[in-house]
Write a protein that binds this ligand. Structure first.
Ligand SMILES: [Zn+2]
Length: 313
């Protein structure tokens, strides 16, 4: 049990750290218990250090307890930047802010509201993960208003040797941001460029959890591709330099999901039938019948979006 006043966390994983680019460190905080994905944060060492995607409360506690042994002094941390407030990316931001008094939490305006008052976030999490989810994912602690830095699209945050550009990137979530780093010409993409599963790392699947906007998702892929990053730092996978391939592929898969779901709804198929069609397409891409949980879960957002569109006429 870890606790230094305020909320406590049990069961935090062991932190593993590796250098992935100049002054850029990947923090592997263990596995997500619900989606079986890797919890990965990035630490950017600088005059004003920043932590991207702190993860859940459990991941945040692993960072907090393991960082010093890895030579990272988090007491200097100036910015915590969750790409979005889903618990596996930003759930632990408040927990860290409680313990790291110099750090500001950088958020999209629509995300800021829900981390300052996480009641709606908690209600949604109970629906998805069940009562008691905080035992697995750690506490969701409010971020005090004075500690929030509400970002604007295109805003530049100076860290010292590098600037971070905040890019609004809706689709996966309306409040999603990506972060472009001038030092590495790297893009921290959160869930905006698909999800790369272990063993299936050549096919980025759209992360279409409801509420999802597939049109905005593709527009965001195009917007981020236009930045021409040299490297993409995936939130659940790690860095990749085959950027053109991955951006082209995630766009292709998204458009295919969208087309299948749209056509099958028009044909009157049930949700189950539609999901089977999408899975058949996905299995053809990967040569595997059994797709990762997050890739399967991502179909629901497409179905809900297109059913809503049809209802609206
Ligand atoms: Zn997410």
């Amino acid at each position: 049990m870890i606790g230094c006043g305020g909320s406590t966390v049990s069961g935090g994983g062991v932190l593993k750290v590796r250098t992935v680019a100049s002054h850029t460190y990947l923090l592997d905080c263990g596995r997500d218990p619900f989606f079986s994905t890797s919890n990965i944060a990035y630490y950017l060492d600088d005059e004003l250090p920043a932590l991207i995607d702190p993860g859940s409360g459990v991941a945040a506690s692993a960072i907090l307890t393991g960082a010093a042994a890895e030579g990272i002094d988090l007491r200097r941390l100036a910015y915590i930047v969750p790409t979005h407030i889903h618990l596996d990316h930003g759930g632990g931001a408040g927990y860290l802010a409680e313990r790291l008094p110099r750090a500001k939490v950088v958020l999209h305006p629509r995300g800021a509201v829900h981390l300052m008052d996480p009641s709606a976030l908690l209600r949604g999490a109970r629906l998805v993960f069940g009562e008691g989810f905080e035992r697995s994912l750690g506490p969701v602690v409010p971020v005090p208003e004075g500690r929030v830095h509400v970002a604007s699209d295109g805003e530049v945050i100076r860290l010292g040797r590098r600037d971070l550009r905040i890019i609004f990137s809706p689709g996966h979530a309306a409040h999603h941001v990506a972060v472009f780093d001038t030092l590495t010409r790297g893009l921290f993409c959160g869930d905006a460029l698909g999800f790369l599963a272990e063993g299936l790392s050549d096919v980025p699947f759209p992360v279409g959890l409801s509420p999802f906007d597939p049109l905005a998702y593709v527009q965001t892929i195009n917007k981020l591709g236009a930045l021409r990053p040299d490297v993409v730092f995936y939130a659940h996978h790690g860095p990749r330099t085959d950027v053109d391939y991955l951006i082209g592929k995630v766009r292709e898969v998204c458009l295919a999901f969208d087309d299948i779901v749209h056509r099958r709804i028009e044909a009157g198929d049930s949700d189950r039938q539609i999901a089977q069609q999408v899975l058949a397409y996905s299995s053809g891409l990967t040569q595997q019948a059994d797709l990762p949980v997050l890739a399967r879960a991502g179909i629901s957002g497409y179905i809900e979006y297109h059913r809503n569109q049809r209802r609206r006429g």
